[in-house]
Design a protein around this ligand. Structure first.
Ligand code: PEP
Length: 256
């Protein structure tokens, strides 16, 4: 059985005040069996970690991106080993906003995956098609090329240290969610592709769904056999909504 994982991606949102309030609101919620992680902007990682520690909340803190380089003259970049230093347990790589707005190619994402794993941190690899690609029938080709570019560099064992996230670009921040059937179909294709390389790793790999997950739709999505949790953007900024999604993942964990 795979332990469910729910990850909050705060994107470029947050402040000391918001973190303080968020952690206060989260304090007192019952611990669940779901592994839970929040990825605030880089600069808040140590503060977030400390706030969780002093509130005795058992939750990981991760990052939303890292450099493909190890160190040196790369002004403005943050390396995976620096993220390990400040206590990040996971790093999101290949988010569609990084691919679309910052021109990250499959090759760059694969280099980042390698840096993250070498630094002893867990990657969360995002894959997903745009609306146009879906309408052109290219979904499978796109997500498999994004997946395979990374597997060719880090292998199935490398990816299994972290997680894979299927995030249809047309569902991110739009309020439009893939139906559980649409999501499950792609998740199964992704798992089968990993299986063709290594069946044991495929059954261990956690595949998260991301794209307008809310308390109202989480449980149906997480009930699908190949959906092992979620990558949550907007709804993770409200502690109550995030917790409701974490609870939904725990509720279906035993079924999957
Ligand atoms: C995301 O940013 O990864 C995401 C899924 O965002 P949202 O939940 O807001 O669609």
């Amino acid at each position: 059985m795979r332990r469910s994982l729910v990850v909050g991606n705060w994107k470029m949102n947050g402040s000391f005040e918001l973190i303080d309030q968020w952690v206060s609101n989260y304090t007192g919620f019952m611990e669940t069996t779901t592994e839970t992680v929040v990825c605030p902007p880089f600069v808040y990682i140590p503060f977030f970690k400390n706030r969780l520690l002093t509130s005795a909340i058992s939750m990981g803190v991760g990052a939303q991106n890292c450099s493909q380089y190890e160190s040196g003259a790369y002004t403005g970049e943050v390396s995976a080993s620096m993220l390990a230093d400040v206590g990040s347990s996971y790093v999101i790589i290949g988010h569609s906003e990084r691919r679309q707005l910052f021109g990250e190619t499959n090759e760059v994402v694969a280099e980042k995956a390698k840096r993250v794993i070498d630094a002893g941190v867990r990657p969360i690899l995002c894959v997903g098609e745009t609306l146009e690609q879906r309408q052109n029938g290219q979904t499978v080709e796109v997500v498999l090329s994004q997946l395979n570019a990374v597997l060719d560099v880090v292998g199935t064992a490398g990816l299994c240290t972290g997680a894979l996230a299927y995030e249809p670009v047309w569902a991110i921040g739009t309020g439009k969610t893939a139906t559980p059937e649409e999501a499950q179909q792609v998740h199964k294709i992704l798992r089968d592709s990993v299986k063709s390389r290594n069946p044991a790793d495929a059954s261990l790999l956690r595949i998260l769904y991301g794209g307008s997950v809310k308390p109202s739709n989480a449980e149906k999505l997480f009930s699908c056999p190949d959906i092992d949790g979620g990558l949550i953007g907007g709804a993770s900024l409200k502690a109550e909504d995030f917790y409701a999604i974490v609870q939904a993942a725990s509720a279906v964990e035993d079924i999957n």
